[in-house]
Design a protein. Sequence first.
Length: 570
Amino acid sequence: MNVVNKIIIRQRPLLSSPRVFSQLPNFAAEILARRGVQSEQELDLKLKYLLAPTLKGLQRAIEIIDQCIDENKKIVIVGDYDADGATSTTLMMLALTEMGADVHYLVPDRFKYGYGLTPAIADLAFVSYTPDLLITVDNGISSHAGVDQAQQHGMQVIITDHHLTTKATPEAEAVVNPNQLGCEFPSKALAGVGVAFYLLANLSSYRAQQGKSTAKMTQYLDLVALGTYADVASLDYNNRILVDAGLKRIQQNQCRVGISALLDIAGRNPAELKASDLGFVLGPRINAAGRMDTMDIGIECLLATDVQKAYALARQLNDLNLERRQVESQMKHDALVEMEKLQFDQNNLPAALVMFDENWHQGVIGIVAGRLKEQFHRPSIVFAADKDGIHIKGSARSIEGVHIRDSIEKVAEQYPHLVSFFGGHAAAAGLTLKKENFEEFKQVFNQLIAESDDELFQATLWTDGELPMDAIQLQTVDIIENLGPWGQKFPTPVFEGHFKVLEYRWLKEAHLKLKLALENGQSVDAIAFNVADQFEFDPSKEHVHLVYELDKNQFNGNVSVQLRMLHLRQ
């Protein structure tokens, strides 16, 4: 089924003044202004510019953990089964151990226990470790029953999380979450690992003031960068500082052995690593553990100090990621076949794509939902059967302008019988419902989304306008790279332009390579991967309108500039 949403190309508006960046070439100043950067100060990514630790509940959490370490009480970390949860758990284990804590971790099996601190997880923590203190990372903000159960077992509970909530927080001993009601910390974009970092860094400072054992927190910034980027957290100034600092450590090989092993197995040179590789090379391999098996494999890989052990675990993660890709590919194929049966085309697509199949794999539904969302530009929810045979679990991904978590909450409030559990963000969420309620949920959810403004369903490709022809050179790639890291809400610069085609080639019948003429008499190569069913390229027409990113091509020791084509029109 080859339905690809018709795309409108628009230029990003200027959100601040380019004149502020007088030291930079005009195209670079405009790129920054289109992302709302207000001052040159925001380009200085030193750690000293991190926001002050004004998180609600932070001081109370510090005092509780400090006392636990001093009294040699047992601590258990309850993590989540994605890359943010894995890096948060690893960070807690390493830093608290360095401070002298007796600390252990527990990550729920997603297929058995589901998400978050449930009463069953509180029981498991008690039976496994009989801890005095339970700390959640990247989960817990909605876990009222789980917190209560843990406290009945005699544990104190600290919740560290970043997920959105509109409800009162659980009655834990301390809750640290920039998105909880009443927290005035200026950045709401911290990932779970960012929240854990703030807690641990300030715990370490607190202990240093009293002459106690501390942790050198900068050595763990590789984990903070990886978890933040892989969780698609918005790259506001604060997160850019964290990601940049961690990325530099990885580039200089000052990172966890497990990260080095994963990069080596993926065939990536750490020195040339970009921020996007955290999301597209490392993130999926860590995530594969939680999706296909158990996240313990990912955490143990990140905790490893022995090179052999790290490599063995990294290979396992790589294999799980290959398996994940095969499962995902089959599920997406099934979903498209199902849509074909319903005879959807671009003109009669429903407002949301809500799909369920008894045989789909729970660990991969989020990725498939994301793929459907990208291809059809519709909010998408993909469900798989739960082991209990009664419930189904869904993973939702949304388009710009449709807040998916809040949309699910509206359904849950209006039809309480339909949704058993939900949680998440604006762009991604998870939910559980009874299998018997699927069709009714699908209908109600579709009606709700259909009330959205029609313009939201129009896929738009935003560009930074035309790049002057004389700026299509290697130096420009370096300038752009140095203004990063680029990512969520701070997108990689994308340009558009009209070019004359000098030569074309299809490589392996999938990848399109063009040689384009520039006005100065020179030429430049352009490439697009896996676009045979996306680009309608007509060789008889000698001009193309391209949307592209500027890139480096390294081949046989030569480095040249090339365009990476995102969209082509003739």
